[in-house]
Every structure is written in structure tokens, then in C-alpha cells.
Design a protein around this ligand. Sequence first.
Ligand code: DHB
Length: 323
Amino acid sequence: MERISTEIARVSFRNPVFLASGIWGESGLSLARAYKDGAGAVITKSIGPVPREGYPNPTVVELGDWGLINAMGLPNPGIESYKEEIAIARKGGAAVIGSLFGANPEEFAAIAKAMEESGAVSLELNLSCPHAKGLGSEIGQDPKALSEVISAVKKSVRIPVWAKLTPNTHDVAALAEAAAKAGADAVAAINTVRAMAIDSKAMRPILAHGLGGMSGPAVKPIGLACVWQIYERVKIPIVGIGGIATGEDAFEYILAGASAVEVGTALAQKGAGLFREVCNGLDAQLKEHGFSNLKEAVGAAQCPLCPPCKGSRRKGIASAHGA
Ligand code: DHB
């Protein structure tokens, strides 16, 4: 499917529908499987410096059509043993993006290097987990701390570095600007939206951790707004995430300014056939609206006259993106 192939920071992908972090990323074999099932790339579980158990159960609350709230607590086997899984996924032919977290720039830089050595084609820095003490969004909401992590990682690897941003902030585009200035090659937006559920009978939070992160259909409008605002302010490519379950959802993210998307929560209901379904749907949308390739459609909603775009608003933005 030529029309939907894409490129994020010098790396080409056969299609723009990626497996989001935290879903099926525990093992190299499951990552390879998702790639065989049609994902354009697969993003690993977020990996830290040492093994981490995560929070006790319950860790997930299902909210029907809205989606779900989770607070797993970043459980992972640690980079030393996960290196092997990346190598297995690579041997299985997958384009692997390493997702990583740490408590400081040095931890991020060391894990990044190990992931690069294991064959990851790009990295996605988790600067946005909404509830882990001293990690994730506690770093990523602060432009200075976020910049320090990105600078350190950029010094330790040669592969492209994406910053995964949090929507739990008053100005997500400012975080994207800080990321770009620190050398990030792309941004991914959004991570989950801080949320919780309360059991009124028990009069207690449902999740053992209390706070969690919301994903699924309810967060799509939030993700679209973040991508839109980021696209207006930075030149680097954007990977859109949040509530994507159909080709039309993916197309909306592309129109807002994303060059690729990630699917996560919808996979739980729809299964691995979702990758091909979203790709086919997106391809059909591009064709129907007269785009000969995905790149032409990136950010097209920024101009009310598109397509074909003659509007000054989009022209200004498109030229800022080197188009
Ligand atoms: C977890 C991590 C995340 O980055 C997120 O968005 C939600 C949950 C976790 O492991 O708990």
C-alpha cells in the first residue's frame, strides 16, 4: 500500500499504524506477531533500568464505550533481560521502537544505548506516565527536566528519539517545543489522561493505586487537540495516539498533523485484525479525498479550504514543516 507508507525522522515505515506501548509488548515474539499481523512498527512495553513489579490489582477499570483506566505501575523485567526480547522481535522482522523510562537523564541514556545496541530502529521516551512517583509525567510536565532527559539520550544514541508527551498539562505545545529544542526527532502524543474511578458502595477508589490513566474512545478529542496544537508550533513529525479504532479515526489524526498513529486500547476488543482494518480504512479515506499519498494529508485540516490547499493559514504551517 504505497499511498500510506510514511517516514518518521529519516526512518521509513511500510504503513503508519503502529502498536502502542504497553499492549502486547512483553515479549519479542508478541511484538513480531503484531508486525506480522500488519502493524507498521511495534513499540515495546516501557522498560526501566531494573526489574519492577508494578502495582497490586486491580490495575484496570473498564468503562464500556468510553474506554478504560489503567494503573499498572510500569511493571517490566528491566533492560538487562529485555534486550534479548528486542533482538527476538528484530529477528522476526519487526520494526521495533524501544519505549523507555527512567528517574533521571543518566538512566534514560543508559537504557537508550542498550536498546539501540539490541536493534531498536527508534526510541520513544516515556515522559508521560500519569501516576508513577518521580517518573513519567513528573519529569515530562517540566520543560527543563524533559529537555535534560532528551539531551542526554541524544548524546548516547544515533537512532531517532521520539518524546511521548502528556496531555496532563496546560500547554502541550510548549512541551513539544522544549523537546524539539533539546534535539528530539519526533513527538508522540498523547499518553493517557489522568483519571480515576470510585466504587460508591465501597466508598473507595477501584484501582489499587487510586489514580490511573484513561485511554480509548473518550480521549480521542483530547489527543486530536494536542496534535493540532503541536503541529502549529513545531516542525518535527508527530505520532498521534488516543482512541484510534478505525481508518477514519486515523485519518482525523493525520488531518490534525500526525504523520503516523498508534493503536492500543481498541486492540483488546478488536484483536490483531485491527492493523489491516485501520490501514485499509485510512487508504480508502485518502483516496476518497483526493490525496495521492499520506504526506499530502498531514495537517490538511489546519486549512478550511483543503484540499487542494490554497489557504494562507495552512501554507504558513506547511512551509514551517518544510513542505
Ligand atoms: C502505565 C504507564 C503509562 O505510560 C500509562 O500511560 C498508563 C499506565 C502503567 O504502567 O501503569
